[in-house]
Design a protein around this ligand. Structure first.
Ligand SMILES: [Zn+2]
Length: 324
């Protein structure tokens, strides 16, 4: 399936894509291990996303500074509100942080205390398997007990063009897709795209902003652009064939879920029943439980309690990928 994909080296750290475009990668792209991007020209730089905590963001900024001592980051783009793309904003006080209006609203909501995952993480010892799960994949691996992230300084509705030196960088709102306010960062001349979490590559996508048809439409839109290199939100550097793969994944999962919903199967039974052989080896397979809960909501099923979805996902994760 991925035979046409050019294989870029997938190692932790800074990768030069050429033309002043760089990517920061964090294998294996699973929980909290997001990518970021850097676009530079004539002493200016734009950072695409910060990371999940201050130490990992500080490490990234140190390496970028050492590799490009003349480049000063004056702009940060938050592709969406999730902490693994925003929590390091505070380390760039000199830069202007930009996001879509929806992303700013979501970050305000979270800063105001509406944070179900954070609530479970802070109280994980008393939250059973849901708590154990989030502690294992996030709390235990990152320094999450910090004040809410610095909010964006300015937000926009649809698209925004930004100049970095002489380079034109387009911030294009593609959400709702992975979240309501997803923005991708596109360099039309260089044919480079930073997708944020509109694209997960070789990582099971985190589906949660219904309906999933929006995300499928966002993939279709990207497939029309003359893109040569993509830094996804999670996973290795890739090209448009990865967008096609993810589009096919979303269509497959939605259609298989619908068949089982129509036959009266529960979302949990459906998650266990759908064959995922074509996506073997992708990180975080247990996310199909969150995906099925979201798809069933979209089909009109009564919502399932968040913690019981996490509990089922955790059991799947512990069983390992190879077992039914
Ligand atoms: Zn995300």
């Amino acid at each position: 399936m991925s035979a046409s994909l050019k294989r870029w080296n997938y190692s932790k750290g800074l990768h030069d894509l050429g033309n002043g475009c760089l990517g920061w990668l964090q294998p294996d792209g699973g929980w909290g291990l997001s990518n970021a991007g850097l676009i530079t020209d004539a002493g200016e730089a734009l950072l695409v996303d910060t990371l999940i905590d201050l130490p990992s963001t500080a490490e990234m900024l140190r390496v970028m500074q050492a590799a490009l001592p003349a480049a000063r980051i004056n702009t940060v783009v938050n592709t969406h509100w999730h902490p693994d793309h925003t929590a390091g904003n505070a380390l760039l006080p000199q830069a202007k942080v930009l996001s879509s209006n929806e992303t700013l609203r979501e970050m305000r909501r979270m800063a105001g205390g509406q944070d179900p995952m954070g609530d479970i993480l802070r109280d994980w010892r008393n939250r059973g398997e849901a708590g154990a799960y989030l502690h294992e994949v996030l709390g235990n691996r990152f320094e999450l007990n910090v004040p809410p992230p610095r909010l964006p300084d300015a937000a926009f509705d649809n698209d925004l063009g930004v100049h970095v030196g002489d380079r034109l960088v387009q911030l294009i709102k593609l959400g709702p897709a992975h979240t309501r306010g997803d923005v991708v960062v596109y360099l039309p001349r260089e044919r480079v795209l930073y997708t944020g979490d509109v694209l997960f590559h070789e990582v099971h996508p985190a589906i949660g902003a219904e309906p999933v048809s929006n995300w499928i439409a966002a993939c279709e839109r990207l497939l029309l652009w003359p893109i040569e290199v993509i830094v996804p939100g999670h996973g290795p550097i890739c090209d448009l064939s990865a967008v096609r793969q993810q589009r096919d994944y979303l269509v497959y999962l939605r259609d298989e879920a619908r068949i089982r919903f129509d036959s009266g199967m529960s979302f949990a039974a459906a998650a266990a029943d759908i064959r995922m052989d074509d996506f073997r080896g992708w990180a975080d397979e247990e996310r199909i439980y969150m995906a099925l809960a979201s798809l069933y909501r979209e089909f009109g099923a009564p919502p399932v309690e968040f913690e019981s979805v996490l509990q089922l996902a955790y059991r799947h994760r512990k069983r390992g990928r190879s077992q039914p």
